[in-house]
Ligand binder design. Structure first.
Ligand code: 3PG
Length: 214
């Protein structure tokens, strides 16, 4: 492994500050940003991933990074270098992608903001490892083999760590978090669509509180 792989993992972990559960968020209405992210911060989950799956995402990242005290704002569903650049300009402190492309690895290499790229096969993982990555997103975790799959990788690919997302919930998060090669998990269960629609920020805070104890 290249020496820089230790750096990438350490840089991601430094930004996350030990947080083991990362809310994966889809914000439809940028006006909800401050209250939504504040609820997560109050609930003990200040590091959040706002996904580029809505038209409001970049505005939400800008608002969260600028206006929510204590929030550690990252960007998810970053698919190309334009996304990467826009998210960094908006204030993202980490960048998450479901996969990895030459273009993304290239811009990440030149950036001070760490990338958490996605991989689900041993060959993809080994390819990223050669590029200097020691920590990867494992998505969609449930469909790709779940905790049993990651456990099977912990011996042959012992120096690669993961953040599984996709199908992770309060009920199964510990199956992943108890593995030696899992640093954190991500999930959207902390921010249910109906809670956001009802502006039920207390419910989101409670969900975060529960998850912060995992
Ligand atoms: C992600 O991008 O990490 C996933 O969409 C989150 O998956 P979930 O909605 O099943 O938690």
């Amino acid at each position: 492994m290249k020496p820089s792989s230790i750096d990438q993992k350490q840089r991601v972990l430094d930004v996350l500050q030990g947080q083991r559960v990362i809310p994966v968020i889809k914000i439809e209405n940028a006006d909800d940003t401050v209250q939504l992210i504040s609820a997560l911060v109050r609930g003990g989950l200040p590091a959040v991933e706002i996904t580029l799956r809505t038209a409001a995402a970049l505005e939400a990242i800008t608002i969260a990074a600028r206006d929510v005290k204590g929030a550690i704002v990252g960007a998810g569903t970053v698919l190309d270098k334009r996304h990467f650049r826009d998210c960094v300009d908006a204030g993202s402190r980490f960048i998450v992608s479901p996969g990895a492309t030459i273009e993304l690895l290239d811009i990440a290499r030149k950036s001070g903001v760490p990338l958490l790229p996605g991989a689900i096969t041993p060959s993809e993982m080994m390819g990223l490892r050669e590029e200097g990555y020691g920590m990867m997103k494992f998505f969609p975790a449930g469909q790709a083999g779940g905790a049993a799959f990651l456990k099977a990788l912990s011996s042959p690919l012992a120096d690669i760590s993961f953040c599984p997302t996709g199908g992770v919930s309060l009920a199964n998060a510990n199956d992943y978090l108890s593995l030696p090669n899992v640093e954190c998990v991500g999930g959207s269960w902390l921010v249910p669509d109906d809670a956001v629609a009802a502006k039920d920020w207390d419910r989101i805070e409670q969900l975060a509180l529960e998850a912060s104890k995992l």
